[in-house]
Write a protein that binds this ligand. Structure first.
Ligand code: GDP
Ligand code: MG
Length: 422
């Protein structure tokens, strides 16, 4: 049984509940009904009103629901009170998402992150779990000398949390080292971000022809996966697939995915992927932008990629769209529509950030400069004259500067550097 509360007129309750139903389905539950309430403020004891809670209890008994999922974060006391009144287990949105995360985690890092988030969430709620046990008569004989079982458990949980944090810090250190190596090797990194289930992994596959785990489920990807993307002109950049964002992701949950999100924070370019065919498109774009802000990744160069173009209804208003998102690209990861243009846009951004044009008048001894330009850049002009070589090539700035220095040191003529565009 799903429960949603609209706290004010602007709350998009139906959309949020549809998503909660999809999450419940992903977690393996079957939704048998939905109860909603419009309130000015939440009830401190039951979250919903006392009368509504009693109605919910009758309904649960009637359809024999064995789980209530509330579309908000409950305080430990509210969850306890509701469970006592309803006589069935009550979980909130966060617990549901954590449960899905736990099932989906594949790498060590993801598993540790999920366990940490779960423990941090449970710690203030341990009392509630103990109450359950004592109701079953399990409280007898569980006390240690001078310490209640609850205290023992809290101590254990805290110890485990510290241990997980230590292990995660170690992984974080390694991730940072990896990111650092990339930076030193000057690899341009593009990160896919966006709401869950919009087609990020499919797009990654389509762009790199790699097989990344794709599934019509929420949160199929918990771990960052990185592949090489070959751009027009043969330049290579890195493309990183990431976890999907979702509304109302509690801050401590975001924090536990810190290491994964470092990929997003350190990327040179973000591809914000959205599902163009989704009715809540605008709102979801806003949720992702807010999340990017929360994790300290806003203000980065970003391309808005509107995916699933193949799924748009015929009467879909492309003009409104162009007005609203003038710089967005409409693509379909499934049919390949718009992907060449997307690669061009990635290339343009890469060129803008990284490439310069080298103009060189070289002596005939400078053959290896020409070879270098062919190997590491794009040669735009090459002329052999009787006593000189004229070369124009696009290169990454640090490489062009290296060439410039070499030419000057060896007396091989002269070389100047200008921006690629303009
Ligand atoms: P992610 O959660 O953002 O990584 O999304 P996935 O790549 O796992 O895709 C979620 C679902 O959307 C899958 O069922 C995909 O087949 C589907 N999908 C992805 N791209 C497209 C597209 O361009 N068109 C359509 N019709 N479906 C797509
Ligand atoms: Mg994915």
């Amino acid at each position: 049984m799903l429960v949603g509360v609209a706290l004010n007129g602007t709350d998009d309750l139906q959309e949020s509940l549809a998503e909660l139903a999809a999450l419940a389905d992903t977690a393996g539950s079957e939704v048998v009904g939905t109860v909603t309430q419009v309130r000015r403020e939440i009830d401190p004891a039951y979250f919903i009103g006392r009368g509504k809670a009693e109605e919910l209890a009758r309904l649960c008994a009637e359809v024999r629901a064995d789980l209530v999922i509330v579309d908000h974060e409950l305080s430990p006391a509210q969850a306890r009170n509701l469970e006592n009144l309803l006589g069935v287990r009550v979980v909130d949105r966060t617990e549901l998402i954590l449960d899905i995360f736990a099932k989906r985690a594949r790498t060590k890092q993801a598993m540790l992150q999920v366990e940490l988030a779960q423990l941090q969430y449970q710690l203030p709620r341990l009392r509630r779990m103990w109450q359950h046990l004592s109701r079953l008569g399990g409280g007898i004989g569980t006390r240690g000398p001078g310490e209640t079982q609850l205290e023992v458990d809290q101590r254990r949980a805290k110890k485990r949390i510290a241990e997980l944090q230590r292990q995660l810090q170690e992984i974080q250190r390694q991730t940072s080292a990896r990111v650092q190596t990339r930076k030193e090797r000057n690899l341009f990194t593009v990160a896919l971000v966006g709401y869950t289930n919009v087609g990020k992994s499919t797009l990654m596959n389509a762009l790199t022809k790699a097989q990344v785990f794709v599934e019509d489920r929420l949160f199929a990807t918990l771990d960052a996966t990185t592949r090489v993307l070959v751009l027009p002109d043969g330049h290579k950049v890195l493309l990183t697939d990431t976890i999907g964002f979702i509304r109302n992701l509690p801050p401590h949950l975001i924090a536990s995915f810190h290491a994964t999100l470092e990929e997003v924070r350190t990327a040179d370019l973000l591809l914000h992927v959205a599902d163009a065919s989704h009715p809540a498109l605008d709102e979801r774009i806003a949720v992702v932008e807010r999340t990017l802000q929360e994790i300290g990744a806003s203000g980065k160069p970003t391309i808005l990629v509107l995916n699933k173009a193949d799924q748009l209804p015929p009467d879909w208003d492309r003009q409104r769209f162009k007005r609203r998102y003038p710089n967005a690209l409409l693509v379909s990861a499934l049919t390949g529509e718009g992907l060449d243009e997307l690669k061009e846009r990635i290339y343009a951004e890469y060129a803008r950030q990284r490439l310069v044009r080298l103009h060189a008048q070289l002596t005939l001894q400078a053959q290896e400069v020409v070879a270098f330009a062919f190997r590491h850049g794009t040669v735009r002009r090459l002329e052999y004259h009787e006593t000189a070589i004229v070369l124009e090539a696009e290169l990454e700035r640090h490489l062009a500067e290296r060439v410039q220095k070499q030419v000057a040191e060896r007396g091989w003529g002269n070389a100047t550097i200008t921006p690629v565009q303009g």
